[in-house]
Ligand binder design. Structure first.
Ligand SMILES: [Zn+2]
Length: 377
């Protein structure tokens, strides 16, 4: 959490003061409009980091003036950012209970944020549910509720609130709703209910037709029912649309390929990975080298060269394969495109920045850098 620099806040207070003074002067009452002495005393406390005293004085002013609520909101969020959530809660609760109708919702929303940052999710939930009935804060409240349910992994509730969002937002986030349904399908699979999982996945595909996650789950269902051929096709299709899944999918494909005679499987994998045209030859070579089991790494240079990787990067792939895996296992096989988080395991939703579909194999980036270095040398 960052701290709002006290000087910045002080500057805001000075500006508010000046604006009040100018307005007063324009109305010809310059001599009678004066900022109360308390204002300067409060400012002095703020500049010198005496937040308790400042809060006390501004609270008193707010009661006396009746229109200094903005100062209270600023103080409240300052306390929240400093991690003094109890104080923020006290300020916002008072504003909600004593403020006029216009202030009540704004204060309630600030209070929900306080509860959220204090980890009091049930209280945040309750306040946001109430706010969802308001006109001004409805969408923001629903949006925050979805976020809370996502964090809690309560996918059924997240999906329910998602359907209350405005239609354009639902269209924009259709893929996220599809992920909720995939999460529910995974839970059904864990409970052994393949039929329900299948229904949920069909629903997911009504939100997003091209969904590699649904392909993978359907492949698992097919595998379970003994349909190896069907499973293989679904896995390969997932790779085509999302080459970043290679490290997750290739081991499953190779295991299935041992059951179905197909000597050309590595070539087939390479072709699928290049299908969407976004994977460079070096990325392909390095990805294959990292994803295939050690006994097959020796085959990678031949496959990569056949698929258009330069001889250099293809040969490098073989020698790098083991090294890449080892580095990957230590520092993280995956990296988030949005926030740069490294992780050993795969996530559909980044645990740090909460973006969906943002993880990619770290070798993608390394290969990109090597391509850049090769071009500039
Ligand atoms: Zn992230």
């Amino acid at each position: 959490m960052f701290e709002l620099p006290p000087l910045l806040l002080a500057l805001a207070f000075i500006l508010v003061g000046l604006a009040a003074w100018f307005l007063g002067r324009r109305n010809g009452t310059a001599r009678t409009v004066r900022l109360p002495r308390d204002y300067y005393v409060g400012l002095d406390h703020l500049i010198n980091d005496r937040f308790d005293h400042a809060a006390e004085i501004f609270a008193r002013m707010a009661d006396a003036e009746g229109d200094a609520a903005e100062i209270q909101f600023a103080l409240g969020s300052l306390f929240r950012r400093r991690g003094e959530v109890d104080r923020a809660i006290a300020i916002h609760s008072r504003l909600r209970d004593q403020g006029g109708a216009g202030l009540r919702d704004k204060a309630a929303f600030a209070l929900a944020l306080d509860y959220q940052s204090a980890g009091l999710m049930d209280r945040a939930e309750r306040v946001l549910e109430e706010l969802a009935a308001s006109r001004e804060f409805r969408h923001t409240a629903l949006d925050h509720l979805v976020g809370i349910y996502e964090t809690q992994g309560d996918w059924a509730k997240a999906l329910k609130v998602f359907h209350e969002l405005p239609a354009p937002l639902q269209t924009e986030r259709a893929r996220v709703a599809a992920h909720y349904l995939c999460e529910l399908a995974e839970q059904a699979l864990i409970q052994g209910d393949s039929e329900r999982a299948g229904t949920l996945l069909r629903k997911a595909r009504t939100h997003e037709a091209e969904l590699p996650r649904a392909d993978i789950l359907r492949a698992r269902i097919a595998e379970k029912s003994g349909d190896s051929g069907g499973a293989l096709l679904l896995y390969l299709h997932a790779l085509e649309t999302s080459p970043g899944l290679a490290l997750e999918v290739i081991p499953a494909v190779l295991a299935l390929a041992r059951q179905i005679p197909n000597p050309d499987m590595l070539n087939e994998l390479g072709r699928r990975l290049r299908h969407n045209g976004r994977v460079t030859p070096r990325q392909l070579a390095w990805l294959l080298a990292t994803a295939v089991p050690p006994e097959q790494v020796a085959l990678v240079p031949g496959v990569a060269a056949e698929l258009g990787a330069g001889a250099g990067s293809a040969a490098a792939a073989s020698s790098l394969g083991a090294l890449l895996s080892r580095i990957g296992d230590a520092g993280g096989r995956y990296q988030c495109d949005e926030c740069g988080l490294n992780s050993v395991g795969w996530y559909w939703r980044c645990p740090k920045c909460h973006a969906w579909d943002s993880m990619n194999p770290a070798v993608f980036k390394w290969a990109e850098r090597a391509d850049g270095a090769a071009r500039s040398s």
